[in-house]
Design a protein around this ligand. Sequence first.
Ligand code: ATP
Ligand code: MG
Length: 538
Amino acid sequence: MQSENFIQDIVESDLAEGRVEKIRTRFPPEPNGYLHLGHAKAMYVDFGTAEKYGGKCNLFFDDTNPSKEKTEFVDAIRADIRWMGYTWDREVYASDFFDTIYAYAEKLIGMGKAFVCDLSAEEIKATRGTLTEPGTESPYRSRTPEENLKLFREMRDGKYADGEKCLRAKIDMASPNINLRDPVIYRILRAEHHRTGNKWCIYPMYDYAHPICDFLQGVTHSLCTLEFEDHRPLYDWVGITLGFAPKPRQIEFARLNVTNLVMSKRYLKKLVEEGTVHGWDDPRMPTLAGIRKRGIPPEAVRDFCARAGVAKAQSECEIGYFEAVVRDYLNLHAPRAMAVVDPLKLTITNYEGEEEVDFEINQLEEGAGTRKVKFSSTLYIERSDFSLDPPPKYYRLKPGGYVRLKNAYIIRADEVVRDENGEVTEVKCTYLPESRSGNDTSGIKAKGVLHWVEASSAVDAELRKYDHLLRDADYAGQDFSERLIRDSEHIFAAKAEPFLAENEGSYQLMRTGYYRAFREGGKLVLSEIVSLKDNFNK
Ligand code: ATP
Ligand code: MG
């Protein structure tokens, strides 16, 4: 086994030197929204590291903030993790531990390591000092443990209004790390909790609760993103002060940032609420629900996370790289199918009856085989595949020119039918019976190969193409709303082979792109996953 990143290096040395016997990690979403691509990276790190070293990973719902959390999100998060193909060991909630977290607070009070403070949130902020100046000690800092205990219990029992008092750790107001300047560890908040209801009117703060929850779950390596690096001294203070053994170890890694994508639940929520997108699972959304709806397989997402790598340094990944990984995956695994956009009728005047031709499902996938596709004298091709007045080197259909119809015959265009406006409504052709694919003795070389759909069996489809939801940022910190592309969904009429209407899935539509086929209100929808061409230079 070979370490692939710095986290695995640490895990390997902890295992080799006997500091831990088996590793346990946790994936810690806050159930306040849907998971996004960034969370897939966190899952890759949390679940992936545990899997690799024969350990376990818990699903830990960080639900210390009752006003924003909902059971709807808990269910969606579970479904997304399963879809990604990960399995958790224990499912735990911070709220499972509220009693113990509370008991530890009384213990800190008894040790003289926590005190009840009457300063308001603003006053606490104002006395915290700056990066260059120390903070000012609270006038309530010297309360005795007995007094603190009495006040803290009264806080719990609902004697005080929201914000009237709080519990603070007593650490060091002069610490160069602001997180250690007597941080608030409990606040009074009357809000209904999605699991504990109205049992509590005080809630622990994340920085205090998290190390306790990790310890109580037996987490050995608590993996999180870089913004928690400055919080690690507090994480360690809680563990050391409360005598946790073995103490979990926090390791930070860089968040996944991707150009043209916003990975913030708060902003994604705004897009949903303002109706810019159709919902959390809109295919343009970077949520896992959106990615799934788009037709991107979970294997491609995992592959992307693995290739993007795990590092300590912040970086930004090109959206084109993500798309290239998706395209590579689909190229190897997606079945091929045919649909035409802006259809033009094509009649083969010397063909009679109908037959089935063998259509290769995917030449790149071993054993994918073929499937039968109906062929007759009346077909549709794409309007853009025919030209009356072709430029030089035009290998598609033109008057007198030959093309091959994919997996079928070579045809020659003979004449066109026009409507009253002069627009071409039909192309009449003849075919070469001896040119059947796989058994071509015609001796004619046709450079162009066109896809087609048999007309009598064709199904009407709505084809949807997408732009990115956001333009790339012009400058750092540019507001998301300035980058929003409001008109990013484009709808076209198409004709599809009937197979697509009966087999939901992700396809390579020949010469068109990668599309997901599904039914919506009885109608066939072909929704773009990613374009066919690789514009990204790996
Ligand atoms: P958001 O800002 O979107 O709300 P969050 O960090 O608040 O994200 P949580 O639900 O708290 O979301 O995160 C669960 C886990 O996923 C955490 O370990 C968090 O660090 C990680 N995570 C969130 N966003 C990313 C990202 N872009 N890249 C890697 N990990 C991420
Ligand atoms: Mg969060």
